[in-house]
Ligand binder design. Structure first.
Ligand code: NDP
Length: 277
């Protein structure tokens, strides 16, 4: 019988993860099935335990359960601990191991698919919610020269960066409100990542006119048809390159597949298949 995996979310019907993992399985010859499972808002832990008891080998976790998944795990990877959230569960010997592959998926999309080096560059991360928190450690691992976290609620950005400053002394790391961007903290940015959910409401975080350095990449974690509000603003402000978050989604899935199967699937053909669909 094929090994069983799933993604838990609420809602989860829109999830592209079953399609992505089916393409990975076909590409690598791994024998597995992967389904979407709706967990009740007050029944996530029971749904996970039920799936594991029924022979499930692992699961992804999406909105709104990533922090609850963090609390449910018996063991945590270092990157899950730093992120304070879990998107990848592995079940073995009656225990639950938690990992977080979101930030690795973003960095892989930036560096490999979009050929955007981060070392020595100036990076702006907009937002201080779960997605920003998951991305911060993996971005800092690449040793950018400066990383500014800017958020609508300044105190959240401040609190987010504080535990990371001592861990990554090679990067000038600062956090604040959007108004702190007015002086661009010392220059325009080479990479601007939108990790706010403003695009969901058709809004863009306020950016200064000179936010983008020559050749800069504007990256929205959100994805969908056409430009998001953030990408449309970035285009108007002269960002040289634009990308949405579909590559991050495929990247985090590839990293989860590697955690479970020890095989790293190629992401570009899967990304191309999703875009074509
Ligand atoms: P959270 O709810 O945890 O955080 C939301 C963030 O957006 C907060 O920083 C919030 O600021 C900010 N925000 C919300 N509305 C506005 C607005 N109108 N203007 C400016 N800032 C705003 O969400 P997540 O971190 O989980 O998700 C953020 C985005 O990332 C979503 O669009 C999600 O779809 C996407 N995502 C994509 C992934 C992928 O694989 N491509 C993976 C994970 C997330 P404040 O603190 O002031 O409230």
């Amino acid at each position: 019988m094929s090994d069983r995996y799933c993604v838990f979310g609420n809602p989860v019907g829109h999830s592209k993860s079953p399609a992505i993992h089916a393409l990975f399985a076909r590409q690598t010859g791994e024998d597995l099935v992967y389904e979407a499972r709706l967990a009740p808002l007050d029944g996530f832990a029971a749904a996970v335990r039920d799936f594991a008891a029924g022979g499930g080998r692992g699961a992804n976790v999406t909105v709104p359960f990533k922090e609850e998944a963090f609390r449910l795990c018996d063991t945590l990877s270092a990157r899950a601990r730093l992120a304070g959230a879990v998107n990848t569960l592995s079940f073995a010997d009656g225990r639950i191991a938690g990992d977080n592959t979101d930030g690795a998926g973003l960095v892989r999309d930036l560096m490999e698919n979009l050929r955007t080096p981060l070392a020595g560059r100036r990076v702006l991360l907009l937002g201080a919610g779960g997605a920003a928190r998951g991305a911060l450690g993996p971005l800092l691992e690449q040793a950018p020269a400066a990383l500014v976290v800017a958020n609508r609620t300044a105190a959240r950005a401040d609190a987010l960066v504080r535990p990371f400053t001592a861990l990554y002394p090679q990067t000038r790391l600062t956090g604040g409100g959007f108004d702190a961007l007015a002086d661009l903290a010392g220059g325009a940015f080479d990479v601007v990542v939108n990790a706010t959910s403003a695009s969901l409401a058709g809004e863009a975080p306020p950016l200064p006119a000179d936010a983008f350095a020559p050749g800069a990449l504007a990256y929205d974690m959100m994805y969908g048809q056409g430009d998001t509000a953030f990408l449309a603003l970035a285009r108007r402000l002269g960002a040289a390159r634009l990308a949405d978050g579909l590559g991050m989604l495929v990247g985090q899935a590839a990293e989860a597949f590697f955690v479970w199967r020890g095989v790293r699937p190629a992401t570009l053909p899967v990304l191309a298949a999703l875009r074509a669909a």
